[in-house]
Design a protein. Structure first.
Ligand code: F6P
Length: 744
């Protein structure tokens, strides 16, 4: 039906055009035909006049007029010629054939013949009048008047018109027919191509050419459909809010008795020596911020690198301890890595290879064969630890991040019935960019050992699917978002990570925003009434710290009213400082801060306060609450949880969030001031706008973002992955039962 309507939209104008065209063509044709016939008659007349000239001269000379009359009568036997007359000099009608109209004088005939339309209405019908001089050697003898029947011309024109009409109609019909057939064929082909690609169940479901030609469009279409699904889900919300308790209920009901094991490089608590004392601290890690509350809710075992200088002091004989400190919610199994292993696996392959490879920030990845070997060996060591920690054949194992790309397949080899959920916390690049990794196939194969592969955004999961499609002989089912490789199927999905929404206990611990300001201002030596633009990051080149400083400089330079009034407080938690790119960043940032402070600073005013330390969550919450503006200017970021922490900390609904478009968080926090961090003026303008934003607008924006973060919290993230896992396990159990029955 839809196709028919589309066709009609094309056909109706075509038919109207044909009708108008035919009318115009017929009019033109009539005029042309008349002109052709006039010319033809004129030629005939001239010929007759010259043919008759001798006979006329003879007859007039000999006086034998009857011969001339006889000649005239014979001539008018021609079906087109009605009458002939001879006008003598001085327009005297001499001889004429019998049918010559008596009322038509020679003078009148001469006048009519000189007109553009030399037709005249005789009693017997319309005639064409032609007057032609007849002369002999002795001079002009007279004029020959010829009357031609115009009905003949009309008859001929009518015939031609009919034939032309038939031709136009035939042509129009043929065009219609061909158009409809071609349109039908292309429409069907196109639709089936689109359908095929959207629902294809294999690479070869469609002829390659059609598919390839539509592939870029289809990929985009598919992405938009998924986005729509997400937006729909977002708009629907959930009937019940996700909390730790709801997650526990899910584990009790859907994964009852199942063991949960988490593997990550970074441990949730680090014990360090400080002189003679030991301290415990939470690392600056989005992964830890997100996964730790989930582990508190689910119990289970967390396996991670024991990287703290005092870590060994706190473990039992099996390298385990219960956490969080003072509670026994879950177990941490620490894995000890040698300096060489840390160099090759963590500093080398993970952070000099995969990290810059996945973040498109123009830092060249470095791939060394020796790092790759160590990365493989450390993945193997963690696989051993997982197998050792598992008490059942089919535990649920959550593998975290790019440090363990090979782990899923290694675990799958030894625990084939395990449900392996791998989550990639950082972006996944496009296939071309990923293709520069010399071990791209091995990494993809390793990851495809997972049951579920989670990414932060739809774009990242799509990039992953396309990368697999490009480099492995795997079967991709786009409709179900699954990849089948060597007999195993992995489900690829996006699960945007989040934070734990601060419960009443956490927020009860927060001083009022005014008290936070007092506390923070006195610590930093700021003048009361000053305002803080806050940045909280790991000291990483992906975070856009240089660009943020440039934007702040631009702000002060072009808006000097803020000098002395606004300070940029940059918390930069130390990270990966053994690596040259990070050392270079430190040096550059320190130089920029010194230059900025020298340029705009004055007694009692420091424009930029850079703290190269890591603060605990309690102090961070105070900073968030004291700040007027929080800036997240990452050049590329999987999610960025600082933006969500800032929103969660502002229960006064005041403060402005400036957020880079290139963070996963920007997809959810659209009420933030979204900026392009590479565009210094854009960020500076956003700072200016934030500093001038009326309280009502701040409230409106924050209220909306707070609803989003509260709803889309980390328990929802874990709940969705674990619900998908439980469905998967159920399906596998049913399939196993069916198989057993068939075998019996
Ligand atoms: O938040 C993204 C992330 O890559 C985490 O996965 C990681 O733990 C964190 O950054 C910090 O990095 P690192 O553990 O190397 O200090």
């Amino acid at each position: 039906m839809r196709f028919l309507k589309l066709q009609l939209r094309f056909l109706v104008p075509l038919i109207i055009t044909l009708i108008i065209g035919s009318v115009v063509v017929l009019g033109v044709m009539d005029r042309l035909a008349l002109r052709w016939f006039s010319r033809d008659l004129h030629m005939r007349g001239s010929l007759l006049a010259s043919a008759f000239s001798d006979s006329i001269a003879d007859s007039l000379a000999t006086g034998q007029r009857y011969r001339l009359e006889h000649l005239f009568e014979r001539t008018v036997k021609d079906e087109r010629l009605v009458a002939v007359a001879l006008c003598l000099p001085a327009d005297v009608l001499g001889l004429h054939s019998s049918a010559y109209p008596a009322e038509l004088s020679c003078k009148q005939a001469t006048v009519i013949a000189a007109q553009t339309d030399p037709s005249w209405q005789s009693e017997s019908g319309p005639v064409h009048i032609g007057v032609y001089p007849v002369s002999s050697d002795s001079g002009l003898l007279g004029k020959l008047v010829l009357l031609h029947d115009l009905k003949f011309v009309e008859r001929r024109t009518g015939d031609a018109r009919r034939q032309l009409l038939m031709f136009v109609l035939g042509l129009g019909f043929a065009i219609l027919l061909i158009t409809m057939v071609v349109a039908q064929m292309s429409w069907r082909g196109w639709i089936s191509s689109v359908r095929g690609i959207l629902h294809r169940d294999g690479h070869d479901a469609l002829p390659g050419s059609t598919r390839r030609e539509l592939e870029p469009f289809i990929a985009d279409l598919r992405l938009r459909l998924r986005d729509l699904e997400d937006e729909y889900r977002l708009a629907q919300g959930s009937d019940a809010r996700w909390t730790a308790e709801r997650l526990r209920t899910l584990l009790r009901t859907q994964l009852s008795g199942d063991e949960i094991i988490v593997v990550s490089n970074r441990e949730p608590y680090i014990h360090e020596w400080q002189g003679e004392q030991t301290i415990v601290r939470r690392p600056a890690s989005g992964l830890v911020t997100a996964v730790e509350p989930v582990m508190r809710a689910c119990s289970g075992t967390w396996i991670a690198h024991g990287s703290g200088s005092a870590d060994r002091e706190f473990v039992d004989a099996h390298d385990r301890l219960m956490l969080p400190p003072g509670h026994k919610d879950y177990a941490l199994r620490r894995i000890w890595l040698s300096d060489e292993e840390v160099r090759g696996y963590y500093n080398g392959f993970a952070n000099e290879g995969l990290w810059p490879l996945c973040h498109m920030v123009h830092i060249r990845p470095t791939f060394r064969e020796s790092d790759w070997e160590t990365y493989r060996a450390v993945n193997r060591r963690f696989a051993d630890a997982v197998v050792a920690e598992a008490h059942s054949e089919d535990p649920v194992i959550l593998v975290q991040d790019y440090h363990f790309a090979l782990l899923p397949a290694m675990i799958r080899e030894r625990l084939p019935r395990a449900t392996i959920l791998a989550f990639w916390h950082i972006p996944w690049p496009n296939p071309e960019s990923f293709g520069i990794c010399p071990w791209r196939r091995e990494i993809l194969q390793g990851m495809l050992g997972s049951t579920i592969l989670g990414f932060q955004t739809r774009n990242h999961s799509q990039n992953f699917i396309e990368t697999v499609d490009r480099y492995l002989e795997a079967r991709v089912e786009h409709e179900h978002s699954t990849i089948s490789f060597r007999g195993e199927t992995s489900f690829v999905e996006s699960y945007p990570i989040s934070i734990e929404w601060p419960g009443s206990a956490a927020s009860a611990d927060w001083p009022s925003p005014q008290n936070c300001r007092d506390e923070v201002f006195s610590q930093l030596g700021l003048r009361a009434g000053q305002r803080i633009i806050l940045g909280v990051d790991r000291f990483d080149y992906t975070k856009g710290i240089i660009e943020r400083l440039q934007a702040f400089e631009h702000l002060l330079q072009h808006n000097p009213q803020w000098i002395g009034e606004v300070s940029l407080l940059q918390i930069a938690a130390p990270t990966r400082s053994a690596l040259a790119d990070y050392q270079g960043l430190h040096a550059k940032v320190h130089d920029m801060v010194a230059a900025l402070n020298a340029r705009f600073g004055r007694a009692g005013y420091t424009p930029v306060i850079l703290q190269n330390v890591q603060h605990d969550q309690r102090w961070l919450a105070r900073l968030y609450r004291a700040a007027a503006v929080c800036v997240v200017s990452s050049l590329h970021d999987g999610m960025n949880l600082v933006s969500k922490e800032f929103v969660a900390a502002r229960d006064d609904e005041q403060g402005v969030l400036i957020l880079s478009r290139f963070t996963g968080a920007a997809r959810e926090l659209s009420e933030a001031l979204l900026v392009n961090p590479y565009h210094v003026e854009d960020v500076a303008q956003a700072m200016q706008r934030a500093l001038l934003m009326p309280a009502d607008e701040q409230r409106e924006r924050l209220a909306s973002m707070r609803m989003t973060v509260q709803e889309f919290n980390v328990f929802r993230w874990a709940g969705h992955i674990l619900s998908d896992a439980s469905r998967w396990r159920l399906r596998e159990r049913i399939e196993a039962r069916v198989r057993r029955r068939r075998e019996d």
